[in-house]
Design a binder for this molecule. Structure first.
Ligand code: TRP
Length: 339
């Protein structure tokens, strides 16, 4: 009898930095998708803590942020049984391949990265080499796992393109070694905007704390922030050009309830913004409640967290070591020293 092997699942790699507060924007824009991708794809996820030190961190805060981000992502639905979810600094192949890729990346290419230019302006007192070489570390993250797809927001698109260029260059110099990763554009990609200036992306670095909602915000704070959300003077809950604030609220409401834009317009037909904002706040609170409860439980269970990230680091190391060994052999390094 003929046996059919199931088609190999495509590999998705993604990572997020543990640099403090995770916002509703991060969640609806990226993390919620991560959890949905786990069924259809072979997902590998990481906390990119090596990237985080391109900006100076206070050690105790950094350590806490990393563990909290790990617990919060599990609470959001990253399932360590399905998807290895590891901490980048615990898998040494990342730093090693990053160094190697630095030698296949041009100074000019890195100089053109818009994020480098922006961050150099923002951190003018600490324009370190890591900030400059950040995209080759990100390329290493992706290429080590032979990822087919990488979910990226607009801000990381240029970095992914560079990763593709570096991979193609290496493959061209030696022989096919790396899979060339494609961007993964989610079907219902949500770009959540600031509640105070809905032309800007929601960001925790916004000076106005009412501009963003944190995943761990208390219900009262969530209600207050939505109550103060900027809308317009036209006063109708409908999705339309020029109604950025209302459009954003409709987008958020749609993400957390699963309702379509048409359903939402119908639901609030004849109602004012006050009612609408209260409904959005309530829907967001309801959606976040189980996540917050699960987080509160997980962050108490340090032994479980450690067990998860340790197992994931082992899996990630064995997967990535295969790629790194091939790379080193092709370049002409002597075989690894015997222990
Ligand atoms: N640079 C990404 C960010 O700041 C995080 C990241 C690191 C990443 N390595 C990655 C994202 C690899 C996708 C793939 O958001």
């Amino acid at each position: 009898m003929e046996t059919t092997t199931p088609p190999q699942k495509k590999i998705i790699f993604s990572a997020i930095q543990p640099s403090g507060t995770i916002t509703l924007g991060n969640y609806l824009g990226a993390l919620k998708n991560w959890t949905q991708l786990q069924e259809e794809y072979r997902c590998i996820f990481a906390l990119a803590d090596l990237h985080t030190i391109t900006v100076r961190q206070e050690p105790a805060v950094f350590r806490r942020n990393t563990l909290e981000a790990y617990a919060l992502l599990l609470a959001c639905g990253v399932d360590p049984q399905k998807s290895p979810f590891f901490i980048q600094s615990q898998v040494h192949t990342h730093a090693e391949l990053a160094w190697i890729l630095n030698c296949y990346t041009q100074f000019g290419e890195l100089s053109r990265m818009t994020q480098f230019k922006d961050k150099s302006l923002k951190h003018a007192d600490n324009i370190n080499v890591g900030l400059f070489a950040y995209p080759s570390l990100m390329a290493a993250d992706i290429l080590l796992y032979q990822a087919d797809l990488v979910p990226v927001g607009a801000d990381q698109k240029q970095h992914l393109e560079l990763a593709r260029d570096i991979a193609a260059r290496f493959n061209g110099i030696y022989s096919p070694t790396f899979t060339i990763p494609d961007p993964y554009i989610p079907k219902d990609g949500a770009r959540i905007m600031s509640l105070q200036d809905p032309t800007k992306k929601m960001s925790k670095s916004d000076e106005n704390p009412n501009a963003w909602v944190a995943l761990l915000d208390k219900p009262d704070d969530i209600v207050r922030k939505f109550k103060r959300a900027v809308t317009d003077s036209e006063g109708g809950v409908r999705y339309a050009e020029g109604k950025d604030g209302v459009n954003n609220l409709i987008g958020i409401y749609s993400c957390v309830t699963g309702k379509s834009c048409a359903e939402i317009e119908k639901e609030f037909d004849g109602k004012g913004y006050g009612d609408f904002k209260a409904a959005v706040a309530e829907a967001v609170t309801d959606h976040l409640r189980p996540i917050q409860e699960e987080y509160a439980r997980l962050i108490q269970d340090k032994a479980y967290l450690e067990q998860c990230y340790t197992a994931a680091a082992q899996t990630a190391l064995s997967l990535s070591q295969r790629t790194l060994s091939k790379v080193m052999k092709k370049i002409g390094f002597l075989p690894p020293a015997k222990p």
